[in-house]
Ligand binder design. Structure first.
Ligand code: BDR
Ligand code: CA
Length: 304
């Protein structure tokens, strides 16, 4: 079993990733840390608590960064993609459970110290919490087992600007710090996640299952798929960005990784771009291929 902390900005595909993780016995979930990103951090925390309650999980939830490391310009939340409530506007009553009274970067450090060389961090929002943890406790870099990051676009266009992916764009200085830190990191970017699509027709299957979870997931995901249709006409589904990062933790064979040197641009119109520099020594592993059929089958068997 892998000990895992998931860092989320919940978000529809984050919710799908949380469900996938909760339904995967290969993962021991030490906790979920939250970050601003798709929605403000307070809402990401409430949404994470709600999804875990719906799934019957009592894994701890720990709130984290409410803003980027350095930037003070207003962050563009993604309500148009994830709905006003971040969960596709599906009816989500207030969760009964409360978040822990701790700060995400401290929780990450504490858990890594308790389980040295054992913790896999699955980061599916901006990298702010991890950057803060590294700033405070640089030794963390040698003590984590691995970091799997959903973010970036090395060989394909971006999704928030022509060159930048949303999680990296949200806090490029945090991503830059993490990429330069030497932490063992696998990047699951748009290069592969745009190939893993959940088809609209699958929602009928969830509706037919008619459980509280399957109905909620169908309603939530329908909003996300409609948003995708607007951005990518003819796509017929939505990208399983964050779930693929979980898939890579459960079964590394789903993805093909190559070592690369990747730099994060922090300025100007290329802000948030992840650029591969072939002449420099590799600093991370980048996923360049995905067995989308095996991944999708695995994901759909477990969710919901
Ligand atoms: C990433 O950005 C967020 O909108 C999604 O939840 C995912 O983590 C995709 O670019
Ligand atoms: Ca996310």
């Amino acid at each position: 079993m892998k000990s895992v902390i998931m860092d989320v900005d919940t978000g529809v595909d984050d919710a799908l990733a949380i469900a996938y993780a909760c339904r995967s016995e290969e993962l021991q979930l030490l906790g979920f840390t939250t970050c601003f990103g798709n929605v403000p951090v307070e809402l990401a925390t409430v949404n994470t608590l709600y999804i875990l309650e719906l799934l019957g999980s009592d894994a701890p939830v720990i709130p984290g960064a409410e803003k980027p490391l350095l930037r003070t310009d207003p962050h563009p939340y993604s309500y148009h993609v994830h709905g006003e409530n971040g969960l596709g506007n599906a009816a989500a009553p207030a969760p009964r459970r409360k978040a822990q009274r701790k700060y995400a970067p401290d929780f990450i450090w504490e858990q890594v110290c308790q389980h040295p060389h054992e913790v896999t961090l699955i980061m599916v929002g901006p990298l702010t919490n991890l950057a803060l943890a590294i700033q405070k406790e640089p030794k963390i870099v040698d003590l984590v087992e691995r970091v799997i990051v959903m973010g970036g676009a090395v060989q394909v266009p971006g999704n928030v600007t022509p060159v930048a992916e949303a999680n990296i764009y949200a806090d490029p200085e945090a991503a830059d710090l993490v990429f330069r830190s030497g932490i063992p990191l696998t990047l699951v970017g748009l290069d592969v996640t745009m190939q893993t699509l959940l088809p609209l027709r699958h929602l009928d299957h969830w509706r037919a299952q008619n459980t509280s979870v399957s109905r909620f997931f169908a309603d939530m995901t329908e909003f996300y798929i409609q948003a995708y249709k607007g951005f990518y006409p003819g796509i017929g589904g939505c990208a399983l960005h964050d779930p693929l990062a979980v898939g890579a933790a459960i079964c590394p064979g789903f993805v093909t990784e190559v070592p690369m040197h990747v730099r994060v641009e922090t300025e100007g119109s290329s802000k948030g771009q992840t650029i591969a520099l072939p002449d420099q020594a590799p600093n991370i592993q980048v996923c360049v291929g995905v067995d989308e059929k095996s991944f999708l089958e695995h994901f759909l068997k477990r969710v919901v």
